[in-house]
Write a protein that binds this ligand. Structure first.
Ligand code: AMP
Length: 283
């Protein structure tokens, strides 16, 4: 049965008692307003670890925009209800005061990852992500932790955190779960009306257009140009960035070579709501 935990000390105790019984722990950090993308992470964790811990915390330190934080969807009751029908064992839902008993003195800087894409357009965002994930890893000391490919740059940041600090946890990247229209599932989609949702499905289409051009031998410049043109003719989409980068490093690639893995990443605003998506291709 799902156990709801709100205090850090209770989380440590509950996880500790599972560990004493020799159980392995999988952690799935989320900000709630759960959808099928989140639930796929829960099932993946359940398939690999004995106990699955989900955290739900809208982390204030990772929002660089107050309006985005205020308007972020929150649906605790239905989240708990949803999780109770999954393989989740413990859900940790701390208050901001519980999570941050005092203002952290520490600041995390992820080097070049701060200057590209999400890092560039959301200054301070990865400091907040790093802080909260480090806290969650410290509190649960899980064997594995699950994150979505949708936030691929976040995954690279967390990989750096874990590697640079020798945190003993295996990180798992889960594939992107999409709506039928191709729109990547996101808690922020709840804020889109039907028309905006249908406009938003063009984001994935633009990634597919560019991906197809690259895999059929066209240059990255051409692929990017076509994607820009496709999105440019649509009303109500404000593109923030569209980058084609190396899958591992997320850095620009001078030329395209066979066997290389690339990721096409974008961020756009639709009706004031910021959405991101990406697609991975192998040449
Ligand atoms: P969030 O609640 O948006 O912070 O997301 C929590 C975790 O779920 C992150 O690791 C996300 O990358 C992942 N996630 C969000 N959307 C999706 C999706 N559509 N498919 C798979 N994973 C997702």
């Amino acid at each position: 049965m799902l156990k709801v935990i709100r205090k850090k000390s209770d989380l440590k105790e509950a996880v500790g008692s599972f560990k004493q019984k020799g159980k392995t722990i999988g952690l799935v950090p989320t900000m709630g307003a759960l959808h099928s993308g989140h639930l796929s992470l829960v099932e993946l964790s359940h398939s690999q670890y004995d106990v699955t811990v989900v955290s739900i915390f809208v982390n204030p330190t990772q929002f660089n925009n107050k309006e985005d934080l205020d308007k972020y969807p929150r649906s605790e009751e239905s989240d708990i209800n949803l999780l109770s029908k999954t393989s989740c064992d413990l859900v940790f839902i701390p208050s901001a005061d519980e999570m941050y008993a005092s203002t952290p003195l520490i600041k995390l800087d992820f080097g070049y990852l701060e200057n590209i894409m999400e890092g560039k357009f959301r200054p301070g965002h990865f400091n907040g992500v790093g802080l909260v994930v480090a806290k969650l890893l410290g509190l649960t000391e899980p064997n594995g932790a699950f994150f979505g490919q949708k936030d691929i740059q976040q995954f690279r940041v967390i990989s750096a955190l874990v590697k640079d600090l020798d945190i003993p946890v295996k990180l798992h990247m889960a594939p992107i779960v999409r709506e039928m229209s191709g729109l990547a599932m996101s808690s922020r989609n709840e804020r889109l009306n039907d028309e905006q949702k249908s406009t938003a499905s063009n984001l994935f289409k633009s990634l597919q257009i560019a991906a197809k051009l690259i895999t059929s031998g066209n240059s990255l410049e051409k692929a990017k140009k076509e994607a820009f043109e496709f999105l440019g003719q649509l009303k109500n989409i404000e593109l923030e960035y569209f980058e084609i980068v190396d899958f591992e490093t997320l850095q620009n690639i001078p030329s395209v070579n066979k066997g290389e893995q690339l990721v096409l990443c974008l961020a756009a605003h639709i009706g004031g709501i910021r959405l991101i998506d990406n697609i991975v291709i192998e040449l």
